[in-house]
Design a protein around this ligand. Structure first.
Ligand SMILES: Cc1ncc(COP(=O)(O)O)c(C=O)c1O
Length: 498
């Protein structure tokens, strides 16, 4: 039986819209006390594991009837009390932190008034401005084109998708159009410490995770150029197409920065695209003191940087920059679509409707069509603290890592696993004879989270488990730095009976 629209039962009168769509200020004011209390309560508290339980705020079956905006916001206030702890001063795990106040304000304003990154409005204008400011801050060359996405994962995918497009175009093939790698295998060459989103990008791009060649690193965690060159040379002899060489500008495990100038020279020699993964570290190139670490960065073909890391915009903002804007469009264009009617033109003279001019080419340069203007949070943070404020934050955090390294070196029961280059520092409690150092330090890490106000994460350095704080959190202070050393000694002593 075929069902026609006329067969669907119609209500007697059209139902009214149940959602509140106004009272913004009032509703935000209702939520505000919970947010302030959250920030105060969690400043010094330990970070217990959270498991959702029946009866917790926000749990239960799908409501048949809504409770209305005020009760919903009250429940949200209760959820806030048990919310994410990544903004607490002692949270120094992974490479993540929450928004500073300007970032959160920008995200809130964007949710209310910035809705969509296309069509004519002021949020889109400041998104463009923020891309220009961010490139300038990170020392990228003039004329690069930037596009925002949700974070480093998608930013790496966009960069490596561009690299793949360019590599096969040199063989006369458009992978984006024809969907073929022309039977010619392609590889990506990256430090053994490269972030696994490089591998995921290779998987998604049809190259395969195995196409990422892990190049060994030296004692400082920097890629070994002799090994890189040897890998590229061997593959060139075997007819493998080099898709990209990835340089780490701040490796996730250790904060190591590859010698980008040397890596760039090798990539050039093999006609390979150079991509700089600066999701975490590239912001440090804003500091004149740290700039020598990034020598050669301007020679790359693409770069990524995550404002949601060291700039504390709030999670959900990554940026990809490329030297050649055209390749972005060739790789990621949605294609002609009647429903868009020639929107996204940048040339006002070509404008055919009121929606044409401001948004830029976003929809054809990345993975998303609809998206919020994410750069508004970047704009707000940079407007609030300026270049000098970013440099002060970065240098303070790098000094924190060095202070820990100094304290660890000076302590007989602590062991530094690698000299810090940026704001990551890897160390551990020195195991006594017959003690499994990995197991002991895993236990210390667990106790840190449960019993103290500091929460680093762990990793492996040279096959040994390391306690690894990474300082990007604007709320972290000297107090947490001291505790990160003292608490490891205290807990290590307690666990070993020293
Ligand atoms: C060097 C590097 N690249 C990429 C990523 C992935 O970024 P995201 O978590 O924003 O997707 C990270 C995350 O920490 C990273 O450190």
């Amino acid at each position: 039986m075929t069902l026609h629209a006329a067969d669907v039962a119609q209500p007697a009168a059209p139902p009214e819209e149940p959602a509140e769509t106004g009272r913004f200020g009032e509703v935000l004011a209702r939520l505000a006390p919970a947010l302030d209390a959250f920030a105060a309560d969690h400043a010094t508290a330990p970070f217990p594991p959270y498991r959702p339980a029946p009866g917790d705020p926000g749990q239960g079956p799908l409501p048949e009837t809504g409770v209305g905006i005020d009760a919903t916001v009250d429940e949200l206030s209760a959820v806030v009390r048990r919310g994410s702890r990544i903004s607490s001063p002692g949270f120094v795990g992974f490479i993540t932190t929450g928004a500073s106040t300007s970032g959160a304000a920008a995200l809130t304003a964007t949710a209310f008034a910035g809705g969509q990154r296309y069509t004519l409005h002021a949020f889109n204008a400041i998104e463009h401005t923020s891309l220009r400011w961010l490139a300038d801050l990170c020392g990228l060359p003039d004329g690069v084109t930037g596009v925002y996405s949700s974070g480093g994962s998608s930013a790496n995918l966009i960069a490596l998708g561009s690299a793949r497009q360019a590599a096969y175009e040199r063989l006369g093939h458009s992978v984006a159009e024809d969907g073929t790698l022309d039977g010619r295998p392609g590889r990506v060459y990256a430090s053994a410490l490269a972030h696994r989103t490089v591998h995921r990008s290779a998987a998604v791009l049809g190259l395969g995770r195995q196409a990422v060649v892990p190049i060994p690193v030296d004692a400082d965690g920097r890629v070994r150029e002799d090994e890189l060159e040897a890998a590229l040379a061997a593959d060139a002899r075997a007819g493998v197409l080099p898709i990209a060489v990835v340089a780490c500008a701040g490796a996730t495990d250790t904060g190591s920065v590859d010698r980008i100038d040397r890596v760039a020279a090798i990539a050039r020699r093999f006609d390979a695209w150079l991509h700089v993964d600066g999701a975490y570290g590239l912001v440090a190139n804003a500091s004149p003191r740290l700039r020598p670490l990034f020598a050669g960065v301007e020679a790359a073909d693409s770069w990524i940087v995550d404002p949601h890391k060291w700039l504390a915009t709030g999670v959900g903002v990554g940026a990809t920059y490329v030297r050649d804007a055209g390749v972005l469009t060739r790789a990621f264009a949605e294609g002609e679509a009647a429903y868009l009617e020639g929107s996204f033109r940048e040339d006002l003279a070509q404008a055919r409707s009121q929606f044409d001019a401001m948004g830029g080419l976003w929809g054809d340069q990345s993975l998303e069509l609809s998206a919020p203007p994410r750069g508004v949070a970047v704009w707000a943070v940079l407007r609030e603290i300026g270049r000098a404020g970013v440099v002060a934050r970065v240098e303070r955090h790098v000094a924190f890592a060095r202070e820990i390294a100094d304290r660890v070196r000076a302590h007989p029961r602590l062991e530094l696993l690698m000299e810090p280059q940026l704001s990551v520092v890897c160390y551990r409690y020195r195991p006594g004879a017959g003690v499994d150092g990995d197991e002991l330090n895993r236990a210390i890490l667990d106790r840190l989270r449960r019993d103290t106000s500091v929460t680093p994460s762990g990793t492996q350095v040279g096959g040994r488990f390391a306690i690894r704080p990474c300082f990007i959190n604007p709320r972290t202070t000297e107090r947490e730095v001291v505790e990160l050393v003292d608490a490891v000694v205290r807990l290590g002593d307690e666990l070993t009976g020293a």
